[in-house]
Design a protein. Sequence first.
Length: 460
Amino acid sequence: MQVEEVQISSRLEELVDRGDKALLHEFVDGLNISTVAELMGDFPDYQVLILSSLSVHRAASTFKILDFSTQKDLIHDLPPYKTAELLNELPADDRTSLLEELPSEVVKELIRLLHPEERRITLELLGYEEGSVGRLMTPDYIAVFRDWTVQEVLDHIRTFGKDSETIDVIYVIDDGGKLVDDIRIREFLLTDLNKKVSELVDGRYIALNVKDDQNVANEVFKMNNRVALPVVDDKNILLGIITIDDILWVASEEFSEDMQRVGGTEALNEPYLDVSLFKMFKKRVGWLIILFLGEMLTASAMGYFEHEISRAVVLALFVPLIISSGGNSGSQAATLIIQALAVGDVTVRDWWRIMRREIISGLMLGGVLGLVGFLRVGVWGDITGTYGAHSIVLGIAVGITLLCVVLWGTLSGSMMPLLLKRLGADPAVSSAPFIATLVDVTGLIIYFSVAFALLDGLML
C-alpha cells in the first residue's frame, strides 16, 4: 500500500473512532469516487457509514462502480430512507441493471421507494426483454427541434443538461418525437448562434432498435467509435440513449460468461465467492455428466477394437498420446475462433477462409507431431527394442495417426463454433472439453483403423 493510501486509511479510521460525522462527511466527500470505492473494499465494516457520509450525488456515483455483491449488501444494510435516496439518484439504466439481478420480492420492495416518475421509467425499462438494448438505455438525454436556433439549443442545454447522462451528443427530433439526426455539441459551440438547427442536420446518424440484442449494440459501438447512441422503436421514435460505459459493462459480462462456458461450466453471473456451493454444484454437474457420457464413447470405441488390442497390447500404450494430441489441437482452435467471433475479427461468412487456414495449420502441426511420434516410437523403439520387432511400422502408424488426428481436431475445433453461431446458439457452448471429447472418440477410430491397415499380418 502506498504512503498516500496509508494516510487516507489512517485518517478514515481516526474519524470513525472519533465519531465526528461532520468531519467524516467533509473527508470522504473530498475524495475521488474510485478512492472511496477502494476504501469500502478495504473496510467492509465501514461500507454503510462511508456511503451514508457522502452527498447523495457522489454516493450514487460511487455505488455505480461497486461490484454487484457489495451493492446487494449495501441495499440490505442501508436504512430505508437512504436506500430510497440512492435509488432515486441513480441513473435509470444503472438502476435497472441492479434491479434485474435481485430477487423479484426484493425488487418489488425497492420499486415502492422510487418517486412516481422514476418508478414509471424503471418499470418501463424492466418491461423490455432481458438482454435487449431497452434494458440498457436511459431516458436522460438532450433533444431539440430542427426549427430552433443554436442559441435556443445552448440555453436548453444549460437548463436541462445537468440531468442528462451525457451532453456530448444532442439529438434532433421532429414534432412527433421521431429521430432526425444526432449532432455533436462541438457543432453548436463552434457555429453562429443565429443559425437554425436544420442547417446543421445532414441525416447521417446511427441508431439502435430498442429490441436489438445488447451484443449488437456492442458491435455497433466498436465499429463507429461513439460515446453514445440513440435508441428508437420500430417507428423511429426516440426512446432513450445508450452510453459507452454501459456497453463496456456488457462486454465485460459477456467475456466472463464465455470464459466460463469455454471451460465447461454454465455462466455464474455473480462473483465466484458469492456463489453458494450448491449453486456451484448445479452449474458444473450438468456439463460434467454430458462430458462423462461422451467419454464413455471412448470406452465403446476401444471395446470395438478389443480383438486388435488383445493381439498387440503395445497399441494401447499410445492411446493417451493420440487422444490428448487431438483434444489439445481441437481446444486450441476452438478457443481461437470463439475469441475471434467475440471481438468481431471473423464472422460465419468467413467459414471457408477459416477452414483453408486451419487445414494448412492442421497439416503443419500434425506433421510436426507425427514426425516427433515416429522418431520416438519407430526409430527409438527400433534402436532400443522397446516396442518389439516391428517398431518402425508401429512408429509410422503412430505418426500418420497423429497427423490425421491433429488435422481433424483443428477442423472440428474451428468449425464447431461457426456452426453453432449459424444455428443461433452461443459459440462458447462448443467448449474446449466438449471438442476434446469429440476428438477423443474419433481419434481412437482413426488410430486403430490406421494401425490395422499397416500392421495387419505383422502384429495383428
